[in-house]
Design a protein around this ligand. Sequence first.
Ligand code: PEP
Ligand code: MN
Length: 350
Amino acid sequence: MLVVMQHDETEAQVARVVEIIKEMGYEARPMPGAQRTSVGLVGNDGRVDGSQIESLDGVAEVIYVSRPYKQVSREWRQENTLVTIAPGVVFGGVEIPIIAGPCSVENEHQIVLAAQQVRDAGASALRGGAFKPRSSPYSFQGLGKKGLELLALARRETGLPIVTEALDEEGAHLVADVADCIQIGARNMQNYALLRLIGRLGKPVLLKRGMAATIVDLLMSAEYLLAEGNTQVILCERGIRSFDPSTRNLFDLTAIPLVQKLSHLPIVADPSHGTGLRDKVIPMGRAAIAAGADGLLVEMHPNPERALSDGGQSLYPEQLTRLVREARAIADAIGRTITVPSGTGSAAEG
Ligand code: PEP
Ligand code: MN
């Protein structure tokens, strides 16, 4: 349930609503908005009688949120949520950040070089897995803690914030100590224990759509994070399984406007895992910007032929430069801009 205050509400009136909600045995989440404040009632088991609250001074209306993904829904919050992973790198607003980097962190030379190339191409955050969820137990599993140290080094060298995946509880604490944004991968989208834990770590989260997950499944998983008090959640469309082996996954572009209608959370697109094919990443990355994506997540490797994972879908550095340049033109056509990496002052030339 959502209590919407009047435009001229006072702090005391909001405090009174919070007090009454707590007395009723629920949790109250005040949410100041540009126009007016709302107070969310969390833990609603469907039997709450809002009439007592509705009659309080300063209350405009009480809304019963009908969606099962309550706090994630646009009913709960009409304005877009802005997710800031580092100063100037904000998802959900007019600016569109591009996160790029290798699938896996492999060694110091590779990740520092990749970070410089990502920055020079005009992307504003670095990705790279230290803990890798591989289909085969015999494939490269990532450098683990050492990989996180190398990501921190790459950030010191370039100023780029870090997005990296956590696979389990122990890894989540390690990742939270280093990363600017914790990635939850497609395979873990419905690992509810992990979602709850990561929801409590107080770091921005990038939640990828499971490979057989519906849009509602994705939003319900995000609800686990918000239910733990973390509103800094970025959703990610990365393709779903289909019957057609022509591409690794079926990149679901419609998910972008669908999610934006149903939720206030930003959604980014990952055309790398979405297609699995290097030469399809640029066209689908462009298409995602045109469809309204709030960011891109793209794999780029200094030397894709040598990559220890996902080399076949990783862009060459010069291809990333081209993608960023073309994304800028498309963003401009729809009244948005591509985020400029910190410290470069103006848009890097492509
Ligand atoms: C990745 O980003 O490298 C990754 C493993 O992605 P996904 O979870 O979408 O497969
Ligand atoms: Mn990958």
